[in-house]
Design a protein around this ligand. Structure first.
Ligand SMILES: Nc1ncnc2c1ncn2[C@@H]1O[C@H](COP(=O)(O)OP(=O)(O)OP(=O)(O)O)[C@@H](O)[C@H]1O
Ligand SMILES: [Mg+2]
Length: 361
């Protein structure tokens, strides 16, 4: 049995426990994701944030069982447990499926139906040689058993729902005939056509200009509210986090270093890395327009050269020989849905370290 989400008191759609993604490399097995835990309730959005290489995409690809499919590397080993409440009692165990152990045929049946994913680059999901309406309809025929005529009608409705102008004509367009923003909307229409329980969005708007990004994010929020979809939202943009997320998990070198509801995180970060991320972002809560943005000195260590102790300690202004350099700190539960992985969290005041927190509080 899985535990309910404490904060919400309902059965989570997604429950991730001890997730590890081990990369098979010439240097041996490297833990790119190392013991990630979280729950996600219906209709809620959890943002996964962190610098490039933190393990955000691998976490989501592991949940989809698509990690290690790329050209790089020689495959991956997944460890831990990922329970999805598929909402479909025919999947057995009251609809709850453990994804990491599920047969591939079951995963294929779930992908695009109970769980859907959208990427930064729409052409990853869209097939260039088929008309966009046909592609949406295809998923409906396959997963929902609609007739072709019913599916075509639903595809048109979906394109209208995501705000494609002149959808009746655009349904026959090929992906390359649409703008980047339109393609992103088509991808969202396709992802949501079967009303998934869980939507994983990996930097879905990073490639769009600011106005179109705002429109697409607003659209996602509206559809999510209407459909009660749980969203795992991956981004390095804290401005987007502030707009989209209910909760935030901050990843560093494959581990969650802080987990909090979005307000608390922005108002009073508890991990020095979170505070550093906030100080390094322009115009988000905690940083002030006109003030200089302060990037975090140094960079995230390569997986082959993870330091002993806390992986962040070489960049941390609070690091102390001993507590920070000897052993990896545990993720300490602070109550009220907050947790922090810092050996010194009880003695340091990261909020006072800069302008990051105090102003927003
Ligand atoms: N298929 C692969 N083979 C080998 N290494 C990989 C593979 N995929 C990811 N990695 C490595 O695993 C680590 C985590 O990668 P991941 O793509 O999850 O990062 P990310 O947080 O999504 O970063 P970004 O913000 O750049 O998208 C990185 O060090 C990356 O180089
Ligand atoms: Mg990524």
């Amino acid at each position: 049995m899985i535990e309910p989400t404490a904060a919400v008191g309902v059965r989570p759609v997604l429950s991730v426990r001890g997730l590890r993604v081990l990369l098979h490399t010439e240097a041996g097995l490297l833990p790119a994701v190392d013991g990630v835990d979280f729950d996600l309730a219906p209709g809620r959005t959890l943002a996964l944030v962190g610098e490039s290489g933190a393990g955000k995409s691998l976490t989501s690809l592991a949940i989809m069982r698509l990690a290690g499919r790329g050209a790089k590397g020689r495959g991956v080993t997944l460890e831990g447990q990922v329970h999805l409440d598929s909402g479909d009692a025919t999947q057995g165990n009251s609809g709850i499926v453990e994804l990491l152990g599920a047969p591939l045929a079951q995963m294929q049946a779930l992908r695009g139906k109970a769980l859907a994913m959208i990427f930064q680059e729409p052409m990853t999901s869209l097939n260039p040689v088929f008309r966009v309406g046909w592609q949406i309809a295809e998923a409906l025929v396959r997963h929902e058993g609609l007739t072709r005529a019913q599916a075509d009608a639903r595809a048109l409705e979906m394109l209208q729902l995501v705000g494609i102008p002149d959808a009746a004509a655009r349904v026959r367009a090929f992906p390359h005939e649409l703008s980047g923003g339109m393609r992103q909307r088509v991808m969202i229409a396709m992802a949501l056509a079967c009303r998934p329980r869980l939507l994983i969005a990996d930097e879905p708007t990073t490639a769009l200009d600011v106005t179109v990004q705002a429109q697409v994010l607003a659209l996602m929020r509206r559809l999510q509210a209407e459909m009660g979809t749980a969203v795992l939202f991956i981004t390095h943009d804290l401005g987007v986090v502030a707009q989209m997320a209910d909760e935030v998990a901050v990843l560093y070198a494959g581990r969650v270093v802080e987990h909090a509801d979005v307000r608390s995180l922005f108002a009073a970060p508890r991990h020095p890395y979170t505070a550093g991320l906030l100080r390094s972002m322009p115009n988000v809560a905690g940083s002030v327009a006109g003030e200089l943005v302060q990037p975090i000195a140094g960079s995230m260590p390569a997986l082959t050269r993870l330091p002993r102790g806390c992986a962040f300690h070489p960049r941390c202004e609070f690091a102390q020989a001993g507590p920070c350099t000897e052993a990896m700190p545990a993720l300490a539960d602070l109550g009220a849905g907050r947790a922090v992985r810092c050996a010194r969290h009880a003695e340091i005041e990261v909020a006072g370290a800069g302008r990051a927190a105090g102003r927003a509080a």
